[in-house]
Design a protein around this ligand. Structure first.
Ligand SMILES: Nc1nc2c(c(=O)[nH]1)N[C@H]1C(S)=C(S)[C@@H](COP(=O)(O)OP(=O)(O)OC[C@H]3O[C@@H](n4cnc5c(=O)[nH]c(N)nc54)[C@H](O)[C@@H]3O)O[C@H]1N2
Ligand SMILES: Nc1nc2c(c(=O)[nH]1)N[C@H]1C(S)=C(S)[C@@H](COP(=O)(O)OP(=O)(O)OC[C@H]3O[C@@H](n4cnc5c(=O)[nH]c(N)nc54)[C@H](O)[C@@H]3O)O[C@H]1N2
Ligand code: SF4
Ligand SMILES: [Mo]
Length: 813
């Protein structure tokens, strides 16, 4: 047990300090609020047991996957969190070591820790899969069952039959880190036991990571948002930091402060009028989902015709813009300029009139936008990950990057690559997780297929990597800190059918804090400690150009029978005969001290362990100042080539031409050497739109981080789950604001309230992702869980999740 009584003394000291700092004012207000909360019974029990009734303040953290990580200062009395504050160090200056203030989600952590949905004991399934019927078992039985079944499955099917599912619930942790799979304690355990089937890609960025890899080589870098202070124009394609990067460490804070300084104009291109706009933007240009590449093509058409492209930049740094730099193997007129002007293989000129019909944006507005982007130098052009989470997302991501490329905004201050903003990170040392002896991996999106038809899946058809084909189906799933087993994976009804049959996937182990939709599909359900109940470090925030690490200390003892992931995996390692290799004889705290000692070698400014524990957060500014992506390449492309095959920015990719020629693709799946516009499947003009005429796009909602915090009452009340619909579409269906509607397509049906608002383009409806799936007896969801309506058909190149590409119909309930 790492719960240290000395922590109380350290923390008591801290609460005195916060009194001096004036933190006491809001502290007191919150504390008096806490008196009305339902903890009194346990508090009394604690007092009887003689526990410390003095308040102590312990630094903890919110480690969910929202892109930020926030410190939480837990005020604890008698082993209970009474209220939660956040960072009180630093100031409000974004150029200094500014405060990293938690958003309202993190500040409601108490309501997650003390939630009625908490898993209390290990359990085994007693009904059919997904019915949610369980019976309590001992930890011994849980560990024995997992170990013996795993041994059997490894013997019968091999290690490739054991899959680590995507899960980002505690992505920000070090010991508790839940993703990428290879960096988790479950991976360390499996690597001691012969390995596991890995996955590549992620639900966040599958298409853009794959797409821009061919443009820039590797993960596309971006300028730090602080560099906007040097920009004259900010153009955001489907990028909503006001909602997706909300914390004090977050990007939205930088964008706002840097724009105040530069007075840059801001244009937001999004089917929705987002919170990032909310009066701060200069212009909102609504666009039909999935059509950004058509808009970009027409902007390029105007720029080329009006001589506004940066020709010297294109000649020196790029491949395939025009005849001069087209690779020898490419077809005649295979270059970008020919494609735009209508001299390419499709023979269509990408005029503003052409794009207007596709995107829904007026022709005149497209022409004005082209002139504006080409002349406001430098311009910070970026895309969030909404535009790429589509059926044609790889092409869209590459197309948007064409704007900074055509205008020479790459590699300069105040510019950007067209990717999302970059951020500074520290070389903090992570828990070592050993090598996976199994080389095979599948796209994170195709695990349901790998259960259903694993041995039919091949490299050329399904993107299997490390092998030509899968030899065995998935027989066991480890699902740690993830709700992607059901809630967050697409097409819930298909998943349900596949998981119901326990002859296919024979063992599902879910490790979570709460009884989620995914937890209901477990065979063995293990209750994990929350971040408040153990010691860890939290890091890796997307935070502009200040990086930080949080000492996420143990605030309270584990609740109920919860254990840490380290204890669980160590116990299973013992039963698998690999305990020594797994633990190397260290406890969790000993590991953290060990990793910290190594980190201090890499980051000499880090204080000693105990000082860090007391100070709670360590911050460091990027010594470079503003980060400029591809600065060295811009300065000297010969000395600092990109990692693309040519070393240059590849507008035309020979690698993609080869892939397009050799892969087996479904109808409507387009892979192209150029960043062309292709509608992809289920776009607005799909024949299916006769039956399901509305495009449904998802978005990441401020009420939750995906599904996490989705069961917190006050957050649910503050930000209701509702479907956005334009007044024109609502009127045509007789729907008024606040009324319950049916949203349906061939994959399922959801009932939820309508938000009738001009903040969304006609023809499009939107639903925040992550609501807790709540089906009735007819499998109609009553909570607004979008994944009842999404498809499991993958995007062509990345085999990623096209979560925002959906056609639906809407009607009054
Ligand atoms: N339709 C649609 N679907 C989407 C998306 C979309 O835009 N649209 N977005 C996708 C994206 S980008 C992502 S990243 C995924 C996210 O999907 P997930 O990674 O599944 O994220 P969450 O829904 O937050 O689920 C995290 C789980 O971890 C649990 N958890 C939290 N903290 C802890 C802990 O300390 N220990 C343990 N054991 N469990 C913990 C939570 O209770 C929750 O069940 O969703 C994807 N799904
Ligand atoms: N509050 C909160 N913050 C989060 C998360 C969360 O769940 N809640 N999740 C975190 C995670 S894991 C991730 S991956 C990121 C996700 O970050 P993003 O993927 O950037 O977030 P989204 O909301 O899916 O999409 C951003 C915007 O794109 C718009 N959009 C959708 N389709 C299109 C299109 O075709 N074209 C254009 N131009 N715009 C389009 C949406 O309306 C939305 O406003 O957010 C992170 N931050
Ligand atoms: S949800 Fe994100 S922004 Fe909010 S407190 Fe947690 S880490 Fe910070
Ligand atoms: Mo994500």
């Amino acid at each position: 047990m790492e719960y240290k009584s000395s922590g109380a003394i350290l923390a008591a000291e801290f609460s005195r300090r916060s009194l001096v700092k004036g933190g006491a004012i809001c502290g007191l207000a919150a504390a008096s609020g806490a008196l009305t909360l339902p903890f009194s019974r346990t508090a009394i029990a604690g007092a009887i047991a003689g526990e410390d009734a003095r308040e102590k303040v312990v630094w903890s953290a919110c480690t969910v996957n929202c892109g930020s990580r926030c410190p939480l200062r837990m005020h604890v009395v008698n082993d209970e969190i009474r209220y939660v504050e956040t960072d009180n160090t630093g100031d409000d200056n974004y150029e200094g070591l500014h405060q990293v203030r938690a958003c309202l989600r993190g500040r409601s952590m108490r309501r997650r820790v003390y939630n009625a949905d908490r898993l209390k004991y290990p359990m085994k399934r007693s009904g059919k899969r997904g019915e949610g019927k369980f019976e309590r078992i001992s930890w011994e039985e849980a560990f024995d069952t997992i170990a013996s079944n795993m041994q059997r499955l490894i013997k019968d099917y091999g290690n490739e039959s054991i899959y680590l599912n995507y899960g980002t619930g505690t992505l920000g942790g070090t010991m508790t880190r839940s993703w990428p799979p290879g960096n988790t304690l479950v991976a360390r355990l499996m690597n001691c036991c012969g390995g596991y089937l890995n996955h590549y890609g992620d639900y966040s960025t599958a298409q853009i990571a794959e797409g821009l890899n061919y443009t820039y080589g590797g993960w596309a870098d971006g300028n730090s948002p602080s560099d906007i202070e040097n920009s004259r124009l900010v153009v955001l394609f489907g990028n909503n930091p006001g909602e997706t990067r909300m914390s004090g460490g977050g990007v939205t804070y930088y964008v706002e402060q840097a724009r105040e300084r530069s007075d840059a104009r801001m244009i937001i291109i999004d089917p929705r009028y987002t919170d990032t706009g909310a009066g701060r933007e200069d212009e909102w240009i609504p666009i039909r989902p999935g059509t950004d590449a058509a808009l970009v093509a027409a902007l390029a058409w105007v720029m080329i015709n009006e001589n506004l492209v940066d020709q010297p930049f294109l000649d020196k740094y790029c491949v395939g813009y025009d005849e001069k730099t087209l690779p020898a193997g490419a077809p005649a007129n295979g270059h970008y300029k020919a494609y735009i002007l209508g001299q390419g293989s499709d023979g269509v000129a990408k005029t503003p009139a052409w794009a207007s019909a596709i995107t829904g944006i007026p022709e005149a507005r497209i022409i004005k936008l082209a002139r504006e982007i080409a002349t406001a130098k430098p311009a910070f052009i970026s895309q969030g990950w909404g535009p790429q989470r589509h059926a044609n997302g790889e092409l869209v991501s590459r197309a948007i990057a064409m704007l900074p490329i055509l205008t020479g905004n790459v590699g300069v201050h105040g510019g950007n690559s067209g990717a999302r903003e970059g951020s500074y990170s520290l070389p903090f040392v992570r828990m070592p997780t050993l090598e996976n002896p199994v080389q095979t991996s599948i796209s994170m999106f195709l695990w349901t297929d790998a259960i259903e038809r694993g041995p039919e899946m091949t490299a050329l058809k399904d993107g299997v990597r490390g092998k030509d084909k899968l030899d065995v189906p998935i027989k066991m799933v480890w699902n740690y800190a993830g709700n992607c087993l059901v809630n967050q994976h697409s097409e819930i009804n298909r998943t349900h059918e596949i998981l119901q049959d326990d002859q296919k996937c024979e063992l599902i182990v879910v490790i979570d804090n709460h009884m989620t939709a995914s937890a209901k599909y477990a065979d063995i359900l293990l209750p994990d400690c929350t971040a408040s109940e153990q010691m860890d470090f939290a890091l890796d925030a997307s935070c502009g150009n200040m990086a930080y690490v949080i000492f996420a200390d143990q605030a309270i003892k584990p609740r109920f029978e919860c254990k840490t992931i380290y204890e669980m995996t160590s116990e299973i390692a013992r039963r698998m005969g690999v305990e020594q290799q797994f633990t190397e004889g260290r406890t969790q705290e000993e590991w953290l001290r060990h990793l910290y000692a190594q980190s201090r070698e890499a980051i000499p400014e880090l204080p000693d362990f105990d000082t860090f524990r007391r100070q709670g957060i360590f911050k460091k500014r990027d010594p470079e100042g503003h980060h400029v992506a591809y600065k060295a390449f811009r300065a000297d492309p010969k000395a600092n080539p990109l990692t693309t095959p040519s070393g240059k920015i590849e507008i035309y990719s020979e690698q993609l031409a080869q892939i397009a020629a050799s892969w087996q693709l479904q109808e409507d799946d387009v892979i192209d050497p150029l960043p062309v516009y292709s509608a992809g499947f289920e776009n607005y003009d799909d024949p299916l739109s006769e039956k399901y005429p509305l495009q449904l796009t998802g978005f990441h909602y401020k009420a939750r981080t995906h599904s996490t915090y989705g069961n917190v009452d006050v957050l649910k009340a503050a930000c209701r789950q509702e479907m956005w619909i334009n007044p024109l579409d609502a009127r045509a269906r007789g729907i008024s604001n606040g009324e319950r509607v049916r949203i349906f397509n061939g994959r399922g049906e959801v009932h939820i309230h309508a938000k009738v608002t001009p903040r969304i383009l006609p023809g499009v409806v939107a639903l925040g992702e992550g609501a807790w799936y709540n089906p009735d007896a007819n499998r109609i969801d009553r909570a607004g869980s979008i994944n009842v309506l999404t498809t499991q058909r993958p995007s062509p190149l990345a085999k990623g999740n096209p979560s925002h590409t959906n056609l639906v119909q809407v009607a009054k309930v």
